[in-house]
Design a protein around this ligand. Structure first.
Ligand SMILES: Cc1cc2nc3c(=O)[nH]c(=O)nc-3n(C[C@H](O)[C@H](O)[C@H](O)COP(=O)(O)O)c2cc1C
Length: 234
């Protein structure tokens, strides 16, 4: 039997653009963040960070960075979902530390996290190794299946992909709690980065406005592409 609560959350989640001024309980936010932390990520490297904007002055500037979109202005909570493309080394070390704390490292764990991960994610000073790695993997792929040994741009895509999955999980968890969200990529990335004091290799993946929908919160009826445009069997 399908889990009807899960489908109810998926089906009732809508992008909400006008929120009630009601606060979101901290425990609700905590549970949703902890659900999002379970999202899958590339090599389990969890390149995300949830920045909950509490300071009223920062919040005002963040609303402006979100181009003063109504969801940003009306939501009781605004979160910047940040992606870090250079935390893979630190997080790889943490994964190894945790594995080792649980018992002897398995050979597959050692080889994956000690050899394969650095090979795939290292791009060298100024990313100079990246183009070379791409060429090597493209040529090797002509002869046998080969993973993409990543360039700097590929690592950035990897980090954004995984972070967006955490954002999706977070939004569905909040819906399961009876709350609503608006994901926003309509924002000024330079101002957002400066405002949140993000390090060089971090970026806002999207802003998430969180709260409870007002009566006029959902602007349009749902529109879906035809199923056969988006599903293909070969
Ligand atoms: C990555 C991403 C960025 C989005 N950016 C914005 C945005 O800046 N402003 C906004 O009002 N909606 C934004 N949306 C919401 C979409 O417009 C919305 O998901 C889409 O119209 C489908 O509606 P639904 O979420 O209610 O099903 C964004 C959604 C995603 C996934």
């Amino acid at each position: 039997m399908p889990d009807s609560a899960f489908y109810a959350a998926v089906e009732t989640r809508r992008t909400v653009r006008d929120f009630l001024p009601e606060a979101v309980p901290q425990e609700v936010l905590d549970r949703a963040v902890d659900a999002a932390r379970l999202a899958p990520s590339s090599s389990n490297l969890q390149p995300w960070e949830f920045v909950v904007i509490r300071d009223p002055q920062v919040r005002q500037a963040a609303n402006a960075a979100c181009l003063d979109q109504l969801p940003a202005k009306t939501a009781p909570v605004l979160i910047a979902q940040v992606t870090h493309r250079d935390t893979w080394r630190r997080n790889r070390d943490e994964i190894l530390r945790i594995f080792e704390g649980r018992g002897p490292l398995r050979p597959s764990q050692a080889s994956y996290y000690r050899k394969i991960i650095p090979l795939v994610y290292t791009t060298g000073p100024f990313g100079l190794l990246g183009p070379l790695k791409r060429v090597i993997s493209r040529v090797a792929s002509l002869f046998k299946p080969t993973p993409n040994l990543m360039s700097r741009a590929d690592v950035r895509v990897m980090a954004h992909k995984s972070t967006a999955l955490a954002a999706a999980t977070f939004m569905l968890a909040l819906r399961a709690e009876g709350y609503d969200t608006c994901p926003m990529e309509g924002f000024d990335p330079w101002r957002a980065k400066a405002l949140l004091d993000l390090p060089r290799h971090a970026e806002v993946n999207m802003f998430l406005a969180v709260g409870r929908r007002s009566e006029t919160g959902v602007w349009w009826d749902r529109v879906l592409m035809p199923r056969d445009w988006v599903v293909r069997e070969i």
